[in-house]
Design a protein around this ligand. Structure first.
Ligand code: SAM
Length: 285
């Protein structure tokens, strides 16, 4: 079955009475090159288990099933289950779970479903309304996974993969950088989807570090400092942190001076090392 053929897609969806939900970020891929390319970039073999988020009608799922040992696809929209049963009937290494990925205990699922696999990876054309929460959830849960290859909105991808300390960086950039090495793999134009969204996309790779690159005394405080520093982008990091964290401005000014960090620096120009050192000093206050 050619899942990229518009006539085939329309026939299957009509047969199941399916209509697209904008709220669930349902823009399905119709370009035949994108999914094979994503699956190749994931580099999954029969010893690899893959979690896919949001299989839709199964275009990417199919490419993953062809290559990986096992695929677990999590789809929130139960109307798509009978569609997937039809489009992916040929695969016996696939399990579909009808659930909200944000509410699943992925650690438990990995333990239960993937024992014996050498490697676990995540691959998805993510629903855009929850891109950052899903990625942060995957990283913060410290899942036993090796890498994440996902499609996201171009602007989100550029922020996720930016270098900390540069203009494109945000709180999420620093958070991603804490756990993973990131890179943009390739661009995907809006014309590759049905219905076509208003923005272009990119496919990114996050390679999870097994050992942390940074020594942080208090992780919770570290992420609070980052979030607060970026919360008022037009202000200096010093004003932003002291205002949102409720830290006395004089105390924070002394910390910046002691660390030889410019009092007027903005959050986007702080490095990971700066965030680590500010956190350390704040933990002593
Ligand atoms: N993988 C398909 C493709 O590339 O054509 C569909 C991608 S579409 C951008 C996003 C998919 O995620 C939809 O199938 C949507 O129903 C599903 N989805 C949305 N929110 C979800 C959630 N919270 N948990 C799991 N799946 C979700």
């Amino acid at each position: 079955m050619d899942l990229y053929d518009l006539g085939t897609i329309k026939r299957i969806l009509a047969a199941h009475g399916f209509t697209f939900s904008k709220a669930l970020g349902q823009n399905f891929l119709i370009n035949p090159d994108v999914c094979p390319n994503m699956a190749e970039q994931l580099n999954a073999d029969r010893d690899t288990a893959v979690i896919e988020i949001g299989p839709g009608i199964g275009v990417l799922t199919k490419e993953l099933c062809k290559r990986a040992g096992k695929v677990l696809a999590v789809e929130l929209d139960k109307r798509l289950l009978p569609v997937l049963a039809e489009t992916l009937a040929e695969f016996d290494n696939l399990e579909i779970i009808n659930a909200d990925v944000m509410k699943l205990d992925l650690n438990r699922l990995i333990e239960e479903k993937f024992s014996g696999f050498r490697s676990v990876k995540v691959c998805a054309n993510l629903p855009y309304y929850i891109t950052s929460p899903v990625i942060m959830n995957l990283l913060e849960s410290r899942l036993n996974i090796d890498e994440i290859v996902v499609m996201v909105q171009k602007e989100a991808g550029e922020r996720l993969c930016a270098q900390v300390g540069t203009r494109n960086a945000g709180a999420v950039t620093a958070a991603v950088n804490y756990y993973a090495d990131s890179e943009i793999l390739f661009n995907v134009g809006r014309e590759c989807f049905m219905p076509s969204p208003k923005v272009d996309s990119v496919v990114i790779r996050l390679k999870i570090r097994k050992e942390s690159k940074y020594t942080v005394c208090d992780e919770k405080l570290f992420f609070t400092v980052i979030k607060c520093a970026f919360s008022r982008r037009r202000k200096t990091a010093l004003n932003s942190i002291s205002g949102t964290m409720g830290v006395d401005k004089n105390v924070l000014t002394n910390i910046f001076d002691e660390l030889e960090i410019d009092r007027n620096i903005r959050a986007e120009n702080l490095t990971m090392d700066d965030f680590v050192r500010i956190t350390e000093k704040l933990s002593e206050v």
